[in-house]
Design a protein around this ligand. Sequence first.
Ligand code: DC
Length: 220
Amino acid sequence: MNKIIVAIDGYSSCGKSTIAKELAKYAGYIYVDTGAMYRAIGLYTLRNGLTDEASIIQALPQIQVGFIQAGGAQHVTLNGEDVESQIRTLEVGNRASQVSQIKEVRAFLVAQQQAMGKDKGIVMDGRDIGTVVFPKAELKLFLTASPEVRAQRRFDELVEKGEKPDYNAVLADVNDRDYRDTHRAESPLRQAEDAIVVDNSHMTREEQMQVIYDYFNRFK
Ligand code: DC
């Protein structure tokens, strides 16, 4: 079987990374979580007190984002430091959403993402993978779920991490992020014309993976 590129896009908290990870494992492919890359830059700007666009753009040459394998999982690194646990907070998520609106930040990361896919055999998830990063990806999936279902999933994740979230605040955050992701001037989240839409609001994880494996196996 020739290796392909699988592009997975969709709204925040609709399970993209879980699905992408499982599909990569099933296929024996590399997995890349591009949201983690935007989050790493968001974390850098928070740590260094960079708020205006010009200083963020100026700092880009000093920022190295990478991935390492740690305990069987993929962790994102920022200038060599494993920052996986620091990037999964609401604060960093919001900052990532803000920095992802800067054209130069996107160009900086898109070039790295395209280089990672040059040999194919990759599952990449994000917002612009099927539209900008790999417009010629063989398989494009666009995941959706209702905002309420996504807010509940995000709420459960935060509780599991020991945080004490307020459901309505999490829902408002999901809606805000959707709005920003779909309305930004640079590479807004949109479904590629040739993407397959998977609405997983009412699917179990197993049902959803079966649907996705079936699409993938069409390339065998
Ligand atoms: O998927 P996530 O929540 O980890 O992504 C964090 C933020 O990064 C999200 O608000 C949108 C942005 N993002 C993006 O603009 N493009 C991508 N390819 C991936 C994420």
